[in-house]
Design a protein around this ligand. Structure first.
Ligand code: SF4
Length: 442
């Protein structure tokens, strides 16, 4: 019987929180816990995005763990404020501060009373033993929405709000361009496209430029329409908008593949009363043409998928669309809805394995029985792919043993096209390198 996770197929919850906080302009993430946690998050984030990232820590020590971290937390906020002059500080708890039962929101109320001119303080509870980086991200987006509620909204337009989940900066930029074809004021929650994939600077900047200002974020409460790329209705960042405000909210899958991307554009078109733009339809047509050209290579190939539930769900739907068999769909998240939803929505493959709360040990053992031709997931599957000699297509988070993770595209018709090309080329590469007669072209 398995008694512990071995090589987790998930990352730590405050890591997801830190990524969401990096989407706020002039905001510094602060981890309330030990220095090692902040270092671990920095290391993973830097190796994926290849950008410097500051994550502050309240530096728990042995006595803090026993007597509580109020002094450390207050000092950390004071230091960040004086050194960085941020507009906001995003506080996330760690396993340690959660385990000792630290009441961070009470401490922050105290701090605000003592220092009324403090920056805006966001706060989210992110015990890693209760979630994954994906939960940290979604819960933090929700915390940001709540946090900006106290600011006056100066909206002269109602934004269209989209919360896309953990996608690449390149996909965030593409999403921004797509949304602008439908509305003047798209507001993407979690837009770290510049802060985590910016240009070079002439002068040193304490906080990287980019992100959405807290004033703009405050306008989220005026949104008429909000779209979350998640299938869990009550986990989305804009859940509270629809619960308490006038916002109409849709939870749809990440638009990967023709069918799911069609759903996204039809929703946008219906609500904005605008036709789907011609260049988008042309991209769709090119993708269909590529499917026609490439199906002979990928049809019937067996693929293993792992990663965040939203990503794996959309990838599985896409794989079925291109004739591949998603023989194993796994996530490290504890999320039974994932299995139910996927089994319900897949059309042709009802007898595949769908697993949640899975680790890489489980994955590697299962791989031998499902005999895949291809593995699709983050870089943490490299050892497994090498041991079994099955190619790994790297996507998701983290991709830290290849260059250009920030520019991996998946979303919409053009992102799908890039993924489709990678899949076909990986299959061709295997064919070429294993052919006894010298495969050149077909
Ligand atoms: S102790 Fe918890 S918060 Fe810290 S790095 Fe490990 S999983 Fe993350």
């Amino acid at each position: 019987m398995k008694i512990a996770t071995q090589n987790a197929c998930k990352l730590c919850t405050p890591l997801g929180a830190s990524l969401a906080y990096k989407s706020v302009k002039d905001c510094i993430p602060l981890l309330h816990g030990s220095q090692g946690c902040a270092t671990y998050i920095r290391r993973y984030t830097i190796s994926h995005f290849r950008e410097p990232i500051d994550i502050a820590s309240s530096s728990f020590t042995e006595d803090t763990a026993i007597f509580g971290g109020q002094k450390n937390l207050f000092l950390a906020i004071d230091n960040i404020t004086s050194q960085y002059e941020p507009r906001a500080i995003g506080i996330a708890s760690s396993c340690l501060s959660e385990t000792i039962g630290e009441d961070v929101s009470r401490l922050l109320d105290l701090y605000r009373k003592e220092r009324p001119d403090a920056p805006l303080l966001f706060q989210v509870s992110t015990a890693s033993y209760k979630g994954t980086h994906r939960d940290g991200y979604w819960n933090t987006v929700a915390a940001i929405i709540e946090g900006v509620r106290i600011l006056p909204s100066e909206a002269d337009d109602t934004p269209l709000v989209v919360t896309p989940g953990l996608i690449s900066p390149a996909d965030l930029r593409a999403l921004q361009i797509i949304l602008k074809k439908y509305v003047d004021f798209p507001l993407i929650l979690g837009d770290y496209s510049e802060t985590l994939d910016g240009g070079s600077w002439d002068d040193f900047k304490k906080i990287p430029p980019g992100g959405t200002s807290i004033e703009t974020l405050a306008q989220v409460w005026d949104a008429a329409l909000s779209i979350d790329f998640t299938f869990e209705w009550n986990k989305g960042g804009s859940y509270n908008l629809s619960k308490e405000g006038e916002t109409k909210r849709y939870s749809i899958p990440m638009p990967i593949g023709v069918e799911l991307t069609d759903r996204f554009h039809l929703l946008l078109s219906e609500h904005t009363e605008k036709k789907i733009p011609k260049d988008i339809l042309q991209a769709r047509s090119r993708l269909l043409d590529a499917y026609t050209d490439g199906h002979k290579y990928c049809f019937g190939k067996r693929v293993v998928l792992y990663g965040e539930p939203e990503l794996v769900y959309s990838l599985a739907m896409f794989m079925e669309e291109i004739g591949m068999i998603p023989v194993l769909c796994a996530t490290g998240s504890k999320d039974s809805a994932f299995k139910e939803k996927l089994l319900n929505d897949l059309r042709f493959h009802k007898d595949i394995r769908i697993e949640h709360d899975f680790d890489f040990e489980d994955l590697e053992q299962t791989l031998e029985s499902v005999q895949p031709d291809l593995i699709v997931g983050n870089s943490k599957g490299f050892k497994m792919s090498k041991n079994l000699g099955i190619p790994l297509i790297r996507l998701g988070f983290p991709v830290h043993d290849r260059f250009g993770a920030a520019r991996i595209r998946l979303l919409d018709y053009e992102g799908t096209m890039e993924l489709f090309d990678r899949i076909i080329n990986a299959i061709l590469e295997v064919k070429q390198s294993t052919s006894p007669v010298g495969y050149s072209y077909q």
